[in-house]
Design a protein around this ligand. Structure first.
Ligand SMILES: NC(=O)c1ccc[n+]([C@@H]2O[C@H](COP(=O)([O-])OP(=O)(O)OC[C@H]3O[C@@H](n4cnc5c(N)ncnc54)[C@H](O)[C@@H]3O)[C@@H](O)[C@H]2O)c1
Length: 254
């Protein structure tokens, strides 16, 4: 797909050691980009990056806690040194598969605060760190991974849905601040995506209920997100910004 060619681009994918981030990293290297595989779990990030390199891609594993400003700044400095300036930021890292669903009154304050720190402050810190080089060079792409749980208003998930709803506001406001510099900011809202990681929040019965809500009756997989992500990362989406795009097999119509 030549039009979505990302040859020469540098992509930073946070939370890239597993699940959706890992699949997206492979799609970006396949499209010719160099990928910074950033994650709090360095060992898994290294394994993921090694696989990309053995498949002929350009990738560099890096440890980061996206909720920590100095860790994020150090990550971006290392990427600039090893791969070059970040052209495309995919804010994918989140506290997600390890999260416990519970009535909102029972969510411990420290858990609430850590979820907001990683899922909301993280994307803000990463965008802030890559912005000077994007502005200087007059090009940039930021894609924030939000969630269809916001549209559904999924119960017992208040910490998570609140954090993912914040990304929609962040996307809209940031898009207005940076559009004049050739930088677009969009959000993608995946439905319920089955990855290699088991999670308590989706049982086989609830997975089946989700499939029944969709127009396309099968479980969503990470690969279903690749088309929209390559498009939003490419020049073909130059005039699309501040948008929230749902990819959920038609489960919701926001
Ligand atoms: N899988 C789904 O059904 C689904 C649906 C909607 C949205 N999403 C969103 O898509 C993204 C990826 O989902 P996934 O299923 O691959 O999740 P996952 O939990 O399997 O992976 C998240 C990754 O982020 C990393 N991470 C966690 N905290 C971090 C931190 N502080 N700094 C850096 N890295 C950190 C983890 O180590 C992990 O590798 C998340 O933002 C999630 O909220 C997922």
């Amino acid at each position: 797909m030549k039009e979505l060619d990302l040859e020469g681009r540098v992509v930073l994918v946070t939370g890239a050691a597993q699940g959706i981030g890992r699949t997206l990293s492979a799609a970006f290297t396949d499209a010719g980009a160099a990928v910074a595989v950033a994650d709090i779990n360095l060992e898994k990030a290294q394994k993921a990056a090694e696989e990309l390199v053995s498949a002929g891609g350009r990738a560099h594993a890096i440890k980061v806690d996206v909720g920590d400003a100095s860790s994020v700044d150090a990550m971006v400095a290392e990427i600039e040194h090893v791969l070059g300036h970040v052209d495309i930021l995919i804010n994918n890292a989140a506290i997600f598969s390890t999260l416990k669903m519970q009535p909102f009154e029972d969510i411990p304050l420290d858990v609430w605060e850590r979820v907001q720190r990683v899922n909301v402050t993280g994307p803000f810190l990463c965008a802030r760190a890559v912005m000077p080089a994007m502005r200087r060079r007059g090009f940039g792409r930021i894609v924030n991974i939000s969630s269809g749980a916001v549209t559904l208003g999924r119960p017992n998930y208040l910490h998570y849905t609140t954090s993912k709803a914040a990304l929609i506001g962040m996307t809209r406001s940031m898009a207005r601040e940076v559009g004049a510099h050739g930088i677009t900011v969009n959000a993608v809202l995946p439905g319920s995506v089955e990855t290699e990681i088991d999670r308590e929040t989706v049982t086989s019965a609830s997975g089946q209920r989700i499939v029944e809500m969709q127009c396309i009756p099968r479980r969503q997989v990470p690969d279903d997100l690749v088309g929209v992500m390559l498009f939003l990362a490419s020049r073909r989406s130059d005039f699309i910004t501040g948008q929230s795009i749902t990819v959920d097999g038609g489960a919701t119509h926001p």
